[in-house]
Design a protein around this ligand. Structure first.
Ligand SMILES: Cc1cc2nc3c(=O)[nH]c(=O)nc-3n(C[C@H](O)[C@H](O)[C@H](O)COP(=O)(O)O)c2cc1C
Length: 408
């Protein structure tokens, strides 16, 4: 029988997803001033669960409130909020849906409005114009051990409060991805230098989580196929890390790429001539990388980035290079995209692309529409890109200003 998006998938740990569509992780910015989950998460995830995806992956939940990706992130440190997490998990697991909590530390990509001095493997600042991100200081060894404990603790809380699984965020230039990168990680101790050392943080986190959550609980990792930067984490590195993650019994590897310096996850891979251009690879820009990763590991693979049409999704599954299709931006304006895709082989999730080109500048547009969904408002498909940026930045400043000075 041929595979398509409607086929179920049983992960190595034994848990089954009802179909092959996953809502990709997307930061919500909906937490309260103590960075706890709220009723707005509940409303949003209930809609997404009813929308038909087999798996929902949350936006990145932080292990330390000093180093957020965004002021409105959910944080699990010692800020309470367990009842709120239970309500969040109950909403996101309705309709037979699996809900994975994505766990993150933003590292040097912590915005300056959250912290002017973020931490990173080394004191290498982001090569970006403007002053949105402060120069980081290098982490001490005992601070790295503390971060590992925090990731493990957050995973335990996810399990205790009813989330169906966890995903460790090792992509997109946040802390674990910085450790993997020879450009950001210039350490000469056991955490830097060789790939084995650069991958030590990721592996210690994953191994530690597995020890605490048991063999039958899903652990996913989101990993860059490449950072697409000269001298950075590249496909060869990715293949080796994927082999190690198989040894560490990871259940689902989500493939993406890029970071804030080169946002390939949003705009596709620059230098597209490297890619064999078929209709499917033109739509799903990391699919060719997934082919190589598939040859290196048996971990079930999820590919995210650009997938819009049912035809491309089914072709990718049928081709055998991918097991789960990740969908991000369309879900910000239409939570029912998975149901529509499942209902028709002709379906395509293209509703927003007529108004705005997928680009980094468009990120605020998607964030604001996601918030409208959480607030039971209709999407604003006509929002102009420039207005969205201004409104998004004002929202971030207001959220940052409201944060309680909660010391951990
Ligand atoms: C509003 C928004 C928020 C995002 N937040 C996250 C996040 O928290 N964690 C993550 O791994 N990726 C995040 N991403 C990236 C998506 O998971 C995905 O990789 C990207 O949108 C490409 O997929 P798409 O073409 O289907 O949108 C975000 C993307 C958008 C648009």
């Amino acid at each position: 029988m041929s595979l398509d998006i409607a086929s179920s998938l049983t992960l190595p740990c034994g848990v089954t997803a009802k179909n092959r569509i996953a809502k990709a992780p997307m930061t919500e910015g909906l937490a309260d001033p103590l960075n706890r989950a709220t009723e707005r998460h509940v409303r949003l995830y209930r809609k997404w669960a009813e929308g038909g995806a087999g798996i929902l992956i949350t936006g990145n939940v932080q292990v330390d409130r000093r180093y957020l990706e965004r002021p409105g992130n959910v944080v699990i440190d010692q800020n309470g909020g367990l009842e709120e997490l239970r309500a969040f998990a109950a909403a996101g697991t309705a309709n037979g849906t699996l809900l994975f909590m994505q766990i993150n530390h933003a590292g040097r990509q912590t915005p300056v409005r959250v912290n002017p001095t973020p931490v990173a493997p080394s004191d290498v600042a982001l090569a970006l114009p403007g002053n949105a991100f402060g120069a980081p200081r290098a982490l001490l060894s005992d601070e790295i051990e503390d971060i590992i404990r925090r990731f493990i603790r957050v995973a335990e809380v996810a399990k205790e409060t009813g989330f169906s699984g966890v995903q460790v965020h090792a992509a997109h230039g946040y802390l674990i991805s910085e450790f993997l990168s020879p450009l950001a990680n210039r350490r000469d101790d056991e955490w830097g230098g060789s790939l084995e050392n650069r991958a030590r943080l990721l592996r210690r986190v994953v191994q530690g989580i597995r020890t605490r959550v048991g063999a039958d609980y899903p652990i996913s990792v989101k990993l860059n196929s490449s950072d697409f930067q000269k001298g950075g984490f590249d496909l060869e590195d990715c293949l080796q890390v994927a082999r190690w993650l198989e040894e560490d019994s990871v259940d689902l590897l989500e493939i993406s790429g890029g970071n804030y310096e080169n946002p390939a996850m949003m705009i596709g891979v620059r230098g597209a001539e490297e890619i064999r251009e078929t209709t499917v690879t033109r739509e799903a820009y990391f699919l060719d990388y997934a082919k190589s990763i598939r040859a290196a590991t048996k971990i079930p693979l999820m590919v995210t980035g650009g997938f819009r049409s049912r035809a491309a999704m089914d072709a990718a599954l049928e081709g055998g290079d991918v097991d789960v299709i990740g969908i991000g931006r369309p879900m910000c304006v239409d939570p029912d995209v998975p149901n529509a895709l499942l209902a028709s082989r002709e379906a395509g999730a293209v509703s927003y692309e007529a108004t705005i080109k997928p680009s980094k500048a468009g990120l605020g547009w998607f964030c604001l529409n996601l918030i409208r969904l959480a607030d039971d408002q209709e999407p604003d498909r006509e929002m102009a890109g420039a207005d969205a940026i201004t409104a998004y930045l004002a929202n971030e400043d207001a959220t940052a200003a409201a944060l309680e000075d909660f010391k951990i």
